[in-house]
Design a protein around this ligand. Sequence first.
Ligand code: TXA
Ligand code: MG
Length: 342
Amino acid sequence: MNPEQPDPDLMAEAAAVIQQGGLVAFPTETVYGLGADALNAAAVRRIFEAKGRPADDPVIVHVASAHELDRIARHVPDVARQLAARFWPGALTLVLPKADIVPGVVTSDGPTVAVRCPNHTLAQALIAAAGTPIAAPSANRFSHTSPTTAQHVWDDLAGRIEMILDGGATPIGVESTVLDVTGTVPKILRPGGVTAEALTAVLDHLDIHVPQTTPPNHAPLAPGMLDRHYAPQAEMWLFSGGDAAIRQGMRETAEREKGNGRFVALLLAEEDIPYFAHNEFVIGNVGLLADLNQIAQNLFHTMRWLDQATVDLILVRDFPPIGLGSAIRDRLRRASRRIIVV
Ligand code: TXA
Ligand code: MG
């Protein structure tokens, strides 16, 4: 579909699927979502089945505008209204006290609900046509890399869902920022499309400590130490440190593991490429270090592409924690089996 001019007949068809309790995957500005009627518990349960997602991981409710906040949340603090006014539609998810109308399956029976208003014409058109808020996690199999194209959704979920709306590649490429605004200080639970820098420009106080990521200088970590998530099928090792040390560490490790008979791929930035020109490894180039927005856009696609090359081991470089770099680092830490500080 042309995302700027959604076909009205197809939108009506997609809306009917949602209204009948079915599942429709759709693009947002971050990643593709797997949508169901958020007020229909049986429909939302089907999301968990299709993804193979455990019931204790709650999903985000997508709304058409900030006006719907009062319907989904029992209480909307002033700071939530301020943030919605500034960042919606956009890649910011707000965690708020849940209203009774929201079924327990959406929030994993917890007292809070995550709400976001996506900045994408197709997503907006779907919510409007369905006439109901839409519960949607990322449209991937559980713990796999989030989808940034309709093909990625197809690869993970074909045969398990009713419909995929193809609106092309998603512009941001990493998921929304999840911000808990139920406490006295807003707290980032997941760094994402709206950066900490953008939030601090508006907020007096912000807790940016992200739980469950690996503390620096603890490497290499044993397998199973990380909250494995957002992961390709191949094992991934993350190299963190200065640029020269990263390149040297990746080259040495790649040679050694190749010698051990493993099929090794390297996930690099454009600036790294000249240093690997004479090596014989599969190389995924995510773009310029100097342009972290471009890297966010390419990251998941490149991880999936390397997986299709059926490599055994992906060595990936770390990125600076500036702007979208924080979200990129978070996803790489969760996706990697080992972190090697060089
Ligand atoms: O960009 C995005 O956020 C995409 C698009 C489709 O909107 N959605 C997405 O959903 O990434 P999902 O389910 O893959 O990730 C949602 C995250 C999960 O880490 C979940 O645990 C957290 O939000 N979450 C959902 N409800 C929550 C709640 N009530 N309290 C705390 N965290 C919550
Ligand atoms: Mg997800």
